[in-house]
Design a protein around this ligand. Sequence first.
Ligand SMILES: Nc1ncnc2c1ncn2[C@@H]1O[C@H](COP(=O)(O)OP(=O)(O)OP(=O)(O)O)[C@@H](O)[C@H]1O
Length: 266
Amino acid sequence: MKEELAVYIKELSKSFKKFIAVDKINLKIPKGKIYGLLGPNGSGKSTTIRMLCGVLTPSEGEGSVLGFDICKESEKIKQNIGYMSQKFSLYEDLTVYENLDFYSSIYSLPNHLKKERINELINMAGLQGKEKVITKNLSGGWKQRLALGCSLIHKPSLLILDEPTSAVDPVSRRIFWELIHNLAKQGITIIVTTHYMDEAESCDEIAFMFSGKILAKGTPKELIKNRKCKNLEDVFISYVQEQTGEKVQSSFNEMKFIHNKEGEQK
Ligand SMILES: Nc1ncnc2c1ncn2[C@@H]1O[C@H](COP(=O)(O)OP(=O)(O)OP(=O)(O)O)[C@@H](O)[C@H]1O
């Protein structure tokens, strides 16, 4: 049912002049799920996310995020979601505590709730003992967890993560994903874009984007089983080959195609 969905979008498109960046996509994301948006560079993931966050007006289509209309109620969407990108949006010269305090002011958290909420997030992110450290002196993994804390300061029920782990080491990626799973267990819906197949496999559902379209969606297990492939990377490559009629030479992430001189596949 529609009200059980955190995100519902129908035939959503975005064009920049004549270029179609997102082409009639449909998504239904149930509350409390971790939903992965996958696709090579330029496939339309960030444009989709920007429309879901209410910062970019769709050219066509309709939809709602947390029950708010994406075309008419973008301000309400912005107030009710958490967003974190690979750039982290932290103030490097402020301490860990001051960054959280700053975000609590942006979201107008009442003074009597501030301290408690900041302490909750410091515990959630494992940042105890680092409250007074200047942010620029933190490693990438710590900055990432602080950025996650800042994005949760107003207790959003939907968290949108745009390539959150692309700037951190493998150990930090694993710790970060443990935090994400804990948040989902608390009922927070999570939408995450990623290039990493292991991350895609730990999502409840995924959609694979290519050239602005969604080529396939479902649970990782379903997709692998239905396509009779050994892993998700092979599933996606097989969909791209079917769509383009060309052979994919390299990994999903780079998507290089093999042509012969006549433009036919080798
Ligand atoms: N404001 C804009 N004006 C013109 N073209 C744009 C604009 N924003 C995005 N595009 C184009 O739309 C396409 C999709 O971009 P988008 O950033 O959504 O892809 P992506 O899948 O998020 O890729 P990446 O992983 O590199 O961020 C790209 O070809 C991009 O150049």
